[in-house]
Design a protein around this ligand. Sequence first.
Ligand code: 15L
Length: 269
Amino acid sequence: MTERILITGAAGGVGTLMRPRLAADGRILRLLDIADQAAAATGERVEIVQASVTDMAAMEQACDGVSAVIHLGGHSLEQVWSQILEVNINGTYTVIEAARRQGVKRVVLASSNHAVGFFPKADGEAGDYLFPRPDTNYGVSKVAMEALGSMFADRYDMDVICVRIGSCFERPKDTRMLSTWLSPADAARLFEACLTTPTPGFRVVWGISDNSRRWFSLDEARKLGYESQDDSESFAAEVIAEHGEPDLGSVAHRNLGGVWCGPDFDTAV
Ligand code: 15L
């Protein structure tokens, strides 16, 4: 039996990293993005779809015949409210509602640390299911995403897992990311766990590697079967050589959301 998984935002940062890593025998990845994508390579089992996550008809079509959706689509950086409302909040509603209409039982939502970005590091390790404390319009859209996931899980008996992703890049780019890094390989391990864990119902888990300097709980992610195999410490020397020792009093290190909590991310001014 071949399973088909829909990935939205497949041409974005995390989507591009996941395309080769979520390929598996017996699986077709349906890759959806509003942007152009590379055509299928020889032997690559992918279907390329160009569409907006805000287009209900297109999303219903994209959800046809899939066993799960991994929703990575939407703006990945701060934007003015009208954009966040349309692309991130209405987009997430459209994706999950289209999944429901097509009888897709499992949806994995790419939430973010910015849903709880104003949580002070001084309060200790960030537990699972932290109450929302968004740092930006973008963070608010991730809170809305989690709320939509919760409602659809309870009302329609769907399995919805929200992954509060830290910083998913090939390597940590600054000293904060030594704490927030999610390696691409670990991200794939976590998404696999989200796809395969039996009947999770609604969950909110941290998407973080087992970094020596991590600020986040991995308990709930581990309950899904996720076992991180990476630690940003292997990059610490080169990151610190480039950026200097972490200044623990700086905006970047005061709250989980880092500089997103500072004035540069205030779109109202
Ligand atoms: C996010 O949610 C962003 O999409 C990403 O670009 C990173 O900035 C990340 O958070 C982070 O906090 O490092």
